[in-house]
Ligand binder design. Structure first.
Ligand SMILES: Cc1cc2nc3c(=O)[nH]c(=O)nc-3n(C[C@H](O)[C@H](O)[C@H](O)COP(=O)(O)OP(=O)(O)OC[C@H]3O[C@@H](n4cnc5c(N)ncnc54)[C@H](O)[C@@H]3O)c2cc1C
Length: 394
């Protein structure tokens, strides 16, 4: 393959969704030389390009905040250049007896601007419109990723890599086992709709239109090849057209009172591939303590369930210097539902960025890096590590 450029880093982060941006920030803030590579031109992944704009809760639903750090920075940053609000109790302090959950909706474009700002305050080398298309790997160690952009194809070499592609592209290219799962069809859009209100409401007359189907007509393909991705995107937009047409024909709205402002520029897959990690987090493991926990998250679907996330869920079994983050970490069932969402993708991203920086600094395998060092750095950045710190006596 032609090689038009070669660059050297400590850490290369593949994918600039919330997980990847958090990883790049965490590694760069430690002083590592970092590259962040994103195939679209926007940071944020599904949360911005995919128009999924509900920042799910940082708290347990019973008044205790459990997730902090970069995840909280993103929640607040997303409201800096646009609408969004959090319940009053969370504005004035922590751990309030406030049943309303610490979450917000945000404008995807506002979030992009905030992520730009945070990244540009670091020394990260930022590549947009650049896709990771392959890896060079030797005995389980990734030596470089091959990228393609306007310059042609190039090699980014590093001591450690973070796979934050959402689809475990890097782990897959490096030969790691990557389980898959089917998806229900989804296509979120941002639209103008006079009189819009409800939980999908961002600002007066601006809301999400959520096309998601859970019937026997479901699109159940796992989205692991180009054809499936194209079909998923086209089927989603076709359903959206039908929804608009139905409204227009019934007279409920017309082309001026309801119309699309933005449709997703990436497939709204919840899951394609994920890694098979040194440990897989499963249903029933809420409230469980793990010695190697990297942080705590809450179940967004119900109040009162919290989870520790083991460091081992970030480590693809057969790879030595790759950490995963976000929706492709090693979790399944209920644990996947909890760890795949925006606030938790940011949390695992922050931990993966720190661990990748340590891997590169120490020239070791990521599984030889002492998890206690990752924990110390996470703690220093404001993240609780264990449930027991938040609920004394548990
Ligand atoms: C329909 C739907 C509704 C959802 N609703 C919510 C919700 O309301 N609230 C919530 O908190 N969560 C929700 N989620 C989940 C959440 O949005 C995502 O799981 C989370 O944002 C994942 O973040 P990530 O960074 O792991 O991955 P992604 O957001 O997928 O980011 C991956 C990034 O990597 C880039 N990339 C991929 N491959 C390559 C490559 N080869 N080279 C370079 N770049 C690459 C992509 O372009 C993308 O920017 C929803 C998800 C879906 C699909």
């Amino acid at each position: 393959m032609r090689n038009d450029f070669t660059k050297n880093y400590d850490v290369v982060v593949c994918g600039g969704g919330v997980a990847g941006v958090a990883a790049a920030l965490a590694a760069a803030r430690r002083g590592s030389k970092v590259a962040l590579v994103e195939k679209t031109v926007l940071w944020g992944g599904l949360a911005t390009t995919g128009i999924v704009f509900i920042y799910l809760p940082l708290c347990d639903g019973n008044g205790t905040q459990v997730t902090f750090g970069i995840s909280e920075e993103f929640l607040k940053g997303g409201m800096k250049y646009g609408p969004g609000d959090i319940p009053d109790g969370w504005k004035t302090g922590k751990n309030l007896e406030e049943a309303k959950r610490y979450r917000t909706v945000f404008s995807p474009a506002s979030m992009v601007l905030a992520l730009d700002e945070m990244l540009q305050e670091t020394t990260c080398d930022l590549f947009v419109d650049t896709q990771v298309i392959d890896v060079e790997c030797n005995a389980g160690r990734v030596e470089s990723v091959i990228v393609a952009n306007k310059s042609g194809t190039g090699k980014l070499k590093a001591g450690a890599f973070v796979d934050a592609t959402g689809d475990a592209d890097l782990a897959f290219f490096a030969g790691a086992n990557c389980p898959t799962m089917a998806n229900a069809l989804a296509c979120w859009s941002l639209e103008y709709c006079e009189g819009a209100k409800g939980s999908d409401f961002i600002a007066p007359n601006i809301r999400a239109s959520i096309v998601g189907m859970c019937t026997d007509k479901d699109f159940t393909a796992p989205g692991i090849n180009g054809r499936m991705v194209s079909e998923f995107i086209l089927a989603g937009r076709s359903e959206y057209r039908k929804k608009l047409q139905k409204d227009y024909e019934s007279g409920k709205s017309n082309r001026y009172t309801r119309f699309p402002l933005k449709v997703p520029a990436m497939a709204d897959f919840r899951h394609t591939r994920r890694i098979d990690g040194d440990f897989t987090l499963l249903s029933g493991m809420e409230w469980q303590a793990f010695e190697d926990s990297i942080g705590v998250c809450a179940d967004w679907r119900v109040s009162g369930k919290v989870w520790e996330i083991p460091y081992r869920t970030l480590l693809p079994k057969t790879l030595e210097n790759v950490l995963t983050a976000g929706r492709c970490i090693s979790s399944q069932e209920d644990a996947w539902e909890v760890t795949r969402v925006i606030p938790v993708a940011a949390l695992t991203g922050e931990a993966a960025g720190i661990a990748a920086a340590l891997t590169a600094e120490q020239g070791k395998s990521s599984r030889e890096v002492a998890y206690t060092e990752v924990q110390q750095a996470m703690k220093k950045a404001g993240n609780p590590i264990h449930i027991s710190e938040l609920y004394p006596g548990k």
